[in-house]
Design a protein around this ligand. Structure first.
Ligand code: HEM
Length: 388
Protein backbone atom coordinates (compact mmCIF):
# COMPACT_ATOMS: atom_id res chain seq x y z
CA UNK A 1 0.00 0.00 0.00
CA UNK A 2 1.39 3.38 -0.96
CA UNK A 3 1.08 5.89 1.82
CA UNK A 4 1.77 9.42 0.69
CA UNK A 5 3.36 11.33 3.52
CA UNK A 6 2.68 15.01 3.71
CA UNK A 7 5.34 16.69 5.83
CA UNK A 8 2.73 18.72 7.66
CA UNK A 9 0.07 16.05 8.20
CA UNK A 10 1.74 12.64 7.95
CA UNK A 11 -0.39 9.50 7.87
CA UNK A 12 2.14 8.04 10.25
CA UNK A 13 2.69 10.63 12.99
CA UNK A 14 3.22 7.85 15.55
CA UNK A 15 7.05 7.60 15.49
CA UNK A 16 7.17 11.36 16.15
CA UNK A 17 4.83 10.95 19.13
CA UNK A 18 6.98 8.10 20.43
CA UNK A 19 10.07 10.31 20.31
CA UNK A 20 8.26 13.10 22.09
CA UNK A 21 6.94 10.79 24.85
CA UNK A 22 10.51 9.68 25.48
CA UNK A 23 12.44 12.92 25.04
CA UNK A 24 10.08 15.87 25.68
CA UNK A 25 6.70 14.64 26.96
CA UNK A 26 5.59 18.16 27.93
CA UNK A 27 7.11 20.52 25.44
CA UNK A 28 6.71 24.22 24.67
CA UNK A 29 6.71 25.26 21.04
CA UNK A 30 8.64 28.55 21.03
CA UNK A 31 6.91 29.84 17.92
CA UNK A 32 3.30 29.56 19.05
CA UNK A 33 3.94 29.46 22.79
CA UNK A 34 1.66 26.38 23.04
CA UNK A 35 2.52 23.51 25.37
CA UNK A 36 2.29 20.05 23.79
CA UNK A 37 1.49 17.06 26.00
CA UNK A 38 2.22 13.51 24.82
CA UNK A 39 1.98 10.95 27.66
CA UNK A 40 -1.22 9.13 28.58
CA UNK A 41 -1.33 10.18 32.26
CA UNK A 42 -0.66 13.83 31.44
CA UNK A 43 -3.17 13.91 28.56
CA UNK A 44 -5.81 12.36 30.81
CA UNK A 45 -5.13 15.04 33.44
CA UNK A 46 -5.34 17.87 30.94
CA UNK A 47 -8.62 16.58 29.52
CA UNK A 48 -10.31 15.98 32.85
CA UNK A 49 -8.99 18.54 35.40
CA UNK A 50 -11.23 21.32 34.20
CA UNK A 51 -10.49 23.70 37.08
CA UNK A 52 -6.81 23.81 36.04
CA UNK A 53 -7.16 23.22 32.31
CA UNK A 54 -9.98 25.35 30.97
CA UNK A 55 -11.87 24.63 27.74
CA UNK A 56 -12.48 28.34 27.14
CA UNK A 57 -11.60 29.22 23.60
CA UNK A 58 -10.06 32.21 21.88
CA UNK A 59 -9.77 34.51 24.92
CA UNK A 60 -12.23 37.31 25.54
CA UNK A 61 -12.85 38.30 21.91
CA UNK A 62 -12.64 35.24 19.69
CA UNK A 63 -12.55 35.81 15.94
CA UNK A 64 -13.21 33.69 12.84
CA UNK A 65 -14.55 30.21 13.56
CA UNK A 66 -13.80 30.90 17.24
CA UNK A 67 -16.96 33.03 17.32
CA UNK A 68 -19.06 30.03 16.42
CA UNK A 69 -17.80 27.87 19.22
CA UNK A 70 -17.26 30.54 21.87
CA UNK A 71 -20.60 29.74 23.52
CA UNK A 72 -20.66 26.00 22.84
CA UNK A 73 -20.52 23.02 25.15
CA UNK A 74 -17.00 22.04 24.18
CA UNK A 75 -15.58 25.50 24.98
CA UNK A 76 -17.46 26.10 28.24
CA UNK A 77 -16.37 25.35 31.81
CA UNK A 78 -18.62 24.47 34.75
CA UNK A 79 -21.11 25.53 35.95
CA UNK A 80 -22.47 26.66 32.55
CA UNK A 81 -21.12 23.51 30.89
CA UNK A 82 -23.23 21.23 33.07
CA UNK A 83 -26.37 23.25 32.35
CA UNK A 84 -25.81 23.27 28.59
CA UNK A 85 -24.91 19.60 28.49
CA UNK A 86 -28.03 18.62 30.40
CA UNK A 87 -30.14 20.01 27.53
CA UNK A 88 -28.80 17.57 24.98
CA UNK A 89 -27.83 14.45 26.93
CA UNK A 90 -31.28 12.98 26.46
CA UNK A 91 -30.98 12.99 22.66
CA UNK A 92 -27.68 11.11 22.81
CA UNK A 93 -28.15 8.42 25.46
CA UNK A 94 -27.42 4.88 24.24
CA UNK A 95 -31.17 4.20 24.46
CA UNK A 96 -32.22 7.18 22.29
CA UNK A 97 -29.42 6.43 19.87
CA UNK A 98 -30.30 2.72 19.59
CA UNK A 99 -33.73 3.78 18.34
CA UNK A 100 -31.95 5.25 15.29
CA UNK A 101 -30.42 1.87 14.32
CA UNK A 102 -33.09 0.85 11.75
CA UNK A 103 -32.84 4.25 10.02
CA UNK A 104 -29.01 4.12 9.99
CA UNK A 105 -29.13 0.57 8.58
CA UNK A 106 -31.56 1.67 5.85
CA UNK A 107 -29.40 4.67 4.92
CA UNK A 108 -26.28 2.49 4.84
CA UNK A 109 -28.09 0.03 2.55
CA UNK A 110 -29.08 2.84 0.17
CA UNK A 111 -25.56 4.23 0.06
CA UNK A 112 -24.09 0.78 -0.62
CA UNK A 113 -26.66 0.17 -3.38
CA UNK A 114 -25.59 3.42 -5.01
CA UNK A 115 -21.92 2.49 -4.55
CA UNK A 116 -22.29 -0.79 -6.45
CA UNK A 117 -23.81 0.88 -9.52
CA UNK A 118 -20.28 2.09 -10.34
CA UNK A 119 -18.96 -1.49 -10.81
CA UNK A 120 -16.56 -3.35 -8.52
CA UNK A 121 -14.60 -0.43 -7.10
CA UNK A 122 -15.31 2.89 -5.41
CA UNK A 123 -13.98 5.54 -3.07
CA UNK A 124 -15.31 4.34 0.27
CA UNK A 125 -14.97 7.76 1.90
CA UNK A 126 -17.00 9.52 -0.80
CA UNK A 127 -19.66 6.82 -1.14
CA UNK A 128 -20.24 5.75 2.45
CA UNK A 129 -18.05 7.12 5.26
CA UNK A 130 -18.62 10.76 4.26
CA UNK A 131 -22.35 10.89 3.53
CA UNK A 132 -23.63 8.57 6.29
CA UNK A 133 -22.85 10.72 9.38
CA UNK A 134 -23.93 13.95 7.63
CA UNK A 135 -27.30 12.49 6.74
CA UNK A 136 -27.80 11.12 10.25
CA UNK A 137 -26.88 14.35 12.05
CA UNK A 138 -28.78 16.53 9.58
CA UNK A 139 -31.90 14.42 10.06
CA UNK A 140 -31.51 14.74 13.85
CA UNK A 141 -31.20 18.52 13.51
CA UNK A 142 -33.99 18.80 10.94
CA UNK A 143 -31.72 20.11 8.14
CA UNK A 144 -33.48 19.84 4.76
CA UNK A 145 -32.03 17.11 2.50
CA UNK A 146 -31.09 19.60 -0.22
CA UNK A 147 -28.74 21.47 2.16
CA UNK A 148 -26.67 18.44 3.19
CA UNK A 149 -23.83 19.03 0.74
CA UNK A 150 -23.30 22.59 1.97
CA UNK A 151 -23.45 21.30 5.51
CA UNK A 152 -20.69 18.77 4.89
CA UNK A 153 -18.54 21.30 3.08
CA UNK A 154 -18.67 23.71 6.02
CA UNK A 155 -17.70 21.02 8.44
CA UNK A 156 -14.69 20.08 6.29
CA UNK A 157 -13.49 23.70 6.09
CA UNK A 158 -13.90 24.31 9.81
CA UNK A 159 -11.98 21.22 10.92
CA UNK A 160 -9.09 21.99 8.59
CA UNK A 161 -8.32 24.94 10.84
CA UNK A 162 -5.58 24.51 13.39
CA UNK A 163 -6.51 26.57 16.37
CA UNK A 164 -3.11 28.16 16.71
CA UNK A 165 -3.19 29.54 13.17
CA UNK A 166 -5.23 32.63 12.34
CA UNK A 167 -8.43 31.83 10.44
CA UNK A 168 -7.94 31.94 6.67
CA UNK A 169 -10.17 33.99 4.37
CA UNK A 170 -11.91 30.78 3.29
CA UNK A 171 -12.66 29.90 6.91
CA UNK A 172 -13.96 33.40 7.61
CA UNK A 173 -16.37 33.31 4.69
CA UNK A 174 -17.46 29.78 5.69
CA UNK A 175 -18.16 31.09 9.19
CA UNK A 176 -20.35 33.90 7.88
CA UNK A 177 -22.23 31.53 5.57
CA UNK A 178 -22.83 29.07 8.41
CA UNK A 179 -23.98 31.77 10.81
CA UNK A 180 -26.42 33.15 8.24
CA UNK A 181 -27.77 29.70 7.46
CA UNK A 182 -28.26 28.67 11.10
CA UNK A 183 -29.84 32.02 12.04
CA UNK A 184 -32.42 31.55 9.28
CA UNK A 185 -33.04 27.96 10.36
CA UNK A 186 -33.44 28.99 14.01
CA UNK A 187 -35.96 31.66 12.99
CA UNK A 188 -37.87 29.17 10.93
CA UNK A 189 -38.04 26.64 13.79
CA UNK A 190 -39.07 29.34 16.22
CA UNK A 191 -42.20 30.01 14.16
CA UNK A 192 -42.76 26.38 13.06
CA UNK A 193 -41.28 23.95 15.62
CA UNK A 194 -40.68 20.38 14.45
CA UNK A 195 -39.60 17.10 15.98
CA UNK A 196 -35.88 17.90 15.81
CA UNK A 197 -32.96 18.89 18.02
CA UNK A 198 -33.01 22.59 17.10
CA UNK A 199 -36.70 22.88 18.00
CA UNK A 200 -36.11 21.21 21.37
CA UNK A 201 -33.14 23.51 22.09
CA UNK A 202 -35.37 26.48 21.29
CA UNK A 203 -37.97 25.23 23.77
CA UNK A 204 -35.40 24.45 26.49
CA UNK A 205 -34.80 26.72 29.47
CA UNK A 206 -32.07 26.89 32.07
CA UNK A 207 -33.30 28.36 35.36
CA UNK A 208 -36.15 30.08 33.54
CA UNK A 209 -33.95 31.49 30.75
CA UNK A 210 -33.91 30.45 27.11
CA UNK A 211 -30.60 29.78 25.40
CA UNK A 212 -28.99 32.88 23.88
CA UNK A 213 -28.55 33.11 20.11
CA UNK A 214 -24.74 32.59 20.40
CA UNK A 215 -25.44 29.46 22.49
CA UNK A 216 -27.88 28.13 19.90
CA UNK A 217 -25.34 28.83 17.17
CA UNK A 218 -22.67 27.11 19.25
CA UNK A 219 -24.77 23.95 19.50
CA UNK A 220 -25.53 23.88 15.77
CA UNK A 221 -21.91 24.41 14.75
CA UNK A 222 -20.57 21.92 17.27
CA UNK A 223 -22.94 19.15 16.21
CA UNK A 224 -22.11 19.88 12.59
CA UNK A 225 -18.38 19.58 13.11
CA UNK A 226 -18.16 17.08 15.97
CA UNK A 227 -20.62 14.64 14.46
CA UNK A 228 -19.41 14.48 10.88
CA UNK A 229 -15.72 14.44 10.12
CA UNK A 230 -14.95 12.32 13.18
CA UNK A 231 -17.37 9.50 12.39
CA UNK A 232 -16.38 9.55 8.71
CA UNK A 233 -12.83 8.95 9.84
CA UNK A 234 -13.69 6.20 12.29
CA UNK A 235 -15.31 4.28 9.41
CA UNK A 236 -12.46 4.99 6.97
CA UNK A 237 -9.76 4.24 9.55
CA UNK A 238 -11.49 0.94 10.43
CA UNK A 239 -11.42 -0.20 6.80
CA UNK A 240 -7.75 0.80 6.57
CA UNK A 241 -6.90 -1.14 9.76
CA UNK A 242 -8.65 -4.26 8.41
CA UNK A 243 -6.78 -3.94 5.11
CA UNK A 244 -3.53 -3.92 7.07
CA UNK A 245 -4.65 -6.81 9.29
CA UNK A 246 -6.13 -9.52 7.01
CA UNK A 247 -6.24 -11.93 9.97
CA UNK A 248 -8.68 -9.63 11.79
CA UNK A 249 -10.73 -9.18 8.62
CA UNK A 250 -11.04 -12.98 8.29
CA UNK A 251 -11.93 -13.39 11.99
CA UNK A 252 -14.68 -10.79 11.73
CA UNK A 253 -16.32 -12.67 8.86
CA UNK A 254 -16.64 -15.71 11.17
CA UNK A 255 -17.27 -13.80 14.39
CA UNK A 256 -19.17 -10.55 13.73
CA UNK A 257 -19.59 -10.16 17.51
CA UNK A 258 -15.93 -9.03 17.57
CA UNK A 259 -16.85 -5.85 15.74
CA UNK A 260 -17.46 -3.56 18.76
CA UNK A 261 -14.06 -4.38 20.31
CA UNK A 262 -12.43 -4.07 16.88
CA UNK A 263 -13.81 -0.54 16.60
CA UNK A 264 -12.49 0.30 20.09
CA UNK A 265 -9.04 -0.78 18.91
CA UNK A 266 -9.38 1.33 15.75
CA UNK A 267 -10.30 4.28 18.00
CA UNK A 268 -7.11 3.70 19.98
CA UNK A 269 -4.80 2.82 17.12
CA UNK A 270 -5.89 5.48 14.63
CA UNK A 271 -7.78 8.00 16.77
CA UNK A 272 -10.08 10.17 14.62
CA UNK A 273 -9.37 13.09 16.97
CA UNK A 274 -5.63 13.38 17.51
CA UNK A 275 -5.50 16.49 19.66
CA UNK A 276 -7.65 18.66 21.92
CA UNK A 277 -7.00 22.11 23.30
CA UNK A 278 -7.09 23.68 26.73
CA UNK A 279 -5.86 26.87 28.39
CA UNK A 280 -4.09 26.81 31.78
CA UNK A 281 -6.53 28.45 34.19
CA UNK A 282 -3.78 28.85 36.77
CA UNK A 283 -0.06 28.23 36.96
CA UNK A 284 0.50 24.51 37.18
CA UNK A 285 3.17 21.82 36.99
CA UNK A 286 2.76 19.09 34.42
CA UNK A 287 5.33 16.41 33.68
CA UNK A 288 7.87 18.40 35.70
CA UNK A 289 7.32 21.57 33.62
CA UNK A 290 5.93 24.80 35.05
CA UNK A 291 3.10 26.00 32.82
CA UNK A 292 2.05 29.62 33.34
CA UNK A 293 -1.56 30.72 33.73
CA UNK A 294 -3.13 31.53 30.34
CA UNK A 295 -0.83 29.24 28.35
CA UNK A 296 -2.44 27.32 25.47
CA UNK A 297 -2.12 23.54 25.77
CA UNK A 298 -2.45 20.83 23.13
CA UNK A 299 -3.24 17.37 24.55
CA UNK A 300 -2.14 14.73 22.02
CA UNK A 301 -4.80 12.02 22.32
CA UNK A 302 -3.26 10.18 19.35
CA UNK A 303 -0.01 9.88 21.31
CA UNK A 304 -1.63 8.98 24.66
CA UNK A 305 -3.36 6.10 22.89
CA UNK A 306 0.02 4.73 21.80
CA UNK A 307 1.72 5.21 25.18
CA UNK A 308 3.66 2.04 26.01
CA UNK A 309 3.34 2.84 29.75
CA UNK A 310 -0.41 2.36 29.43
CA UNK A 311 -0.77 -0.20 26.62
CA UNK A 312 1.29 -3.34 26.16
CA UNK A 313 2.60 -3.64 22.60
CA UNK A 314 1.10 -0.20 22.01
CA UNK A 315 2.24 -0.05 18.39
CA UNK A 316 0.36 -3.26 17.51
CA UNK A 317 -3.24 -3.40 16.31
CA UNK A 318 -4.77 -6.03 18.59
CA UNK A 319 -8.52 -6.48 18.74
CA UNK A 320 -8.22 -8.75 21.79
CA UNK A 321 -6.79 -5.92 23.85
CA UNK A 322 -8.52 -5.92 27.23
CA UNK A 323 -8.76 -3.52 28.96
CA UNK A 324 -8.59 -0.87 26.25
CA UNK A 325 -8.83 2.44 28.11
CA UNK A 326 -8.21 4.66 25.12
CA UNK A 327 -8.89 8.39 25.29
CA UNK A 328 -10.29 8.70 21.75
CA UNK A 329 -13.55 10.18 23.05
CA UNK A 330 -11.83 12.31 25.69
CA UNK A 331 -12.14 11.94 29.46
CA UNK A 332 -14.13 13.62 32.24
CA UNK A 333 -16.93 16.13 31.91
CA UNK A 334 -16.35 16.81 28.20
CA UNK A 335 -16.39 13.10 27.29
CA UNK A 336 -17.83 12.86 23.79
CA UNK A 337 -21.57 13.28 23.84
CA UNK A 338 -21.86 11.54 20.49
CA UNK A 339 -19.86 8.42 21.39
CA UNK A 340 -22.89 6.07 21.39
CA UNK A 341 -23.99 7.47 18.02
CA UNK A 342 -20.51 7.25 16.48
CA UNK A 343 -20.11 3.65 17.71
CA UNK A 344 -23.51 2.68 16.35
CA UNK A 345 -22.96 4.27 12.92
CA UNK A 346 -19.52 2.68 12.58
CA UNK A 347 -20.78 -0.72 13.69
CA UNK A 348 -23.66 -0.70 11.21
CA UNK A 349 -21.42 0.59 8.40
CA UNK A 350 -18.77 -2.11 8.99
CA UNK A 351 -21.32 -4.88 9.54
CA UNK A 352 -23.03 -4.00 6.25
CA UNK A 353 -19.71 -3.80 4.39
CA UNK A 354 -18.51 -7.17 5.70
CA UNK A 355 -21.83 -8.84 4.92
CA UNK A 356 -22.22 -7.46 1.42
CA UNK A 357 -18.57 -7.41 0.39
CA UNK A 358 -16.70 -10.10 2.34
CA UNK A 359 -13.74 -9.76 -0.04
CA UNK A 360 -13.54 -5.96 0.24
CA UNK A 361 -9.96 -4.75 -0.10
CA UNK A 362 -8.09 -1.49 -0.48
CA UNK A 363 -7.09 -1.09 -4.12
CA UNK A 364 -3.43 -2.04 -4.58
CA UNK A 365 -1.19 0.96 -5.38
CA UNK A 366 -3.82 3.37 -4.03
CA UNK A 367 -2.20 6.64 -2.96
CA UNK A 368 -3.45 7.16 0.56
CA UNK A 369 -3.24 10.71 1.83
CA UNK A 370 -4.21 12.14 5.16
CA UNK A 371 -6.74 14.97 5.40
CA UNK A 372 -5.18 18.35 6.01
CA UNK A 373 -5.78 18.75 9.70
CA UNK A 374 -3.68 18.47 12.81
CA UNK A 375 -6.79 17.78 14.89
CA UNK A 376 -8.71 15.11 13.02
CA UNK A 377 -7.07 12.06 11.52
CA UNK A 378 -8.43 10.33 8.45
CA UNK A 379 -7.95 9.71 4.76
CA UNK A 380 -8.85 12.10 1.95
CA UNK A 381 -10.06 9.13 -0.06
CA UNK A 382 -9.98 5.34 0.24
CA UNK A 383 -10.22 3.42 -3.05
CA UNK A 384 -11.61 -0.07 -2.45
CA UNK A 385 -12.69 -2.98 -4.64
CA UNK A 386 -14.76 -6.05 -3.97
CA UNK A 387 -14.42 -8.25 -7.01
CA UNK A 388 -13.02 -11.75 -6.32
C1 HEM B 1 -16.64 15.89 22.58
C2 HEM B 1 -14.24 12.69 19.85
C3 HEM B 1 -18.32 11.72 17.36
C4 HEM B 1 -20.50 15.34 19.68
C5 HEM B 1 -15.65 15.07 22.07
C6 HEM B 1 -14.31 14.95 22.62
C7 HEM B 1 -13.64 14.08 21.82
C8 HEM B 1 -14.55 13.62 20.80
C9 HEM B 1 -12.18 13.67 21.97
C10 HEM B 1 -13.78 15.63 23.88
C11 HEM B 1 -13.45 17.06 23.68
C12 HEM B 1 -12.77 17.71 24.87
O1 HEM B 1 -12.38 17.06 25.84
O2 HEM B 1 -12.57 18.93 24.81
C13 HEM B 1 -15.15 12.13 18.95
C14 HEM B 1 -14.84 11.04 18.05
C15 HEM B 1 -16.00 10.76 17.36
C16 HEM B 1 -17.01 11.69 17.82
C17 HEM B 1 -13.49 10.34 17.96
C18 HEM B 1 -16.26 9.72 16.31
C19 HEM B 1 -15.59 8.62 16.18
C20 HEM B 1 -19.28 12.60 17.78
C21 HEM B 1 -20.64 12.64 17.32
C22 HEM B 1 -21.24 13.68 17.96
C23 HEM B 1 -20.26 14.27 18.85
C24 HEM B 1 -21.25 11.66 16.31
C25 HEM B 1 -22.63 14.22 17.88
C26 HEM B 1 -23.54 13.93 17.06
C27 HEM B 1 -19.64 15.79 20.65
C28 HEM B 1 -19.95 16.89 21.55
C29 HEM B 1 -18.84 17.05 22.38
C30 HEM B 1 -17.85 16.05 21.97
C31 HEM B 1 -21.24 17.71 21.57
C32 HEM B 1 -18.66 18.07 23.50
C33 HEM B 1 -19.02 17.48 24.81
C34 HEM B 1 -18.77 18.41 25.97
O3 HEM B 1 -17.98 19.35 25.84
O4 HEM B 1 -19.37 18.18 27.02
N1 HEM B 1 -15.77 14.24 20.99
N2 HEM B 1 -16.44 12.51 18.77
N3 HEM B 1 -19.09 13.58 18.73
N4 HEM B 1 -18.38 15.31 20.92
FE1 HEM B 1 -17.47 13.84 19.90
Amino acid sequence: MDVTQSAQYPLNPFPHYEQMRAAAPVFQDDQSGSWHVFRYDDVQRVLSEHATFSSRMGGENPSGTGQLFAASLITTDPPRHRQLRSLVTQAFTPKSVDALAPRIAALTGELLDAMTTGGGSADLIRELAYPLPVIVISELMGIPAEDRERFKHWSAVVVSQTRTAPASERQDSTTSEMVEYFLALIDQRRSRPGNDLISSLLAAEIEGHKLTVPELLGFCSLLLVAGNETTTNLIGNAVLCLAESPGTHARLLDEPALLPQTLEEVLRFRSPVQSMYRVAAAETVLGGQRIPSGAPIVAWIGSANRDEQQFERAAEFDVDRNPNRHLAFGHGIHFCLGAPLARLEARIALESLLTRFPGLSVTPDAQLERMESSIVYGLKSLPVNWLP
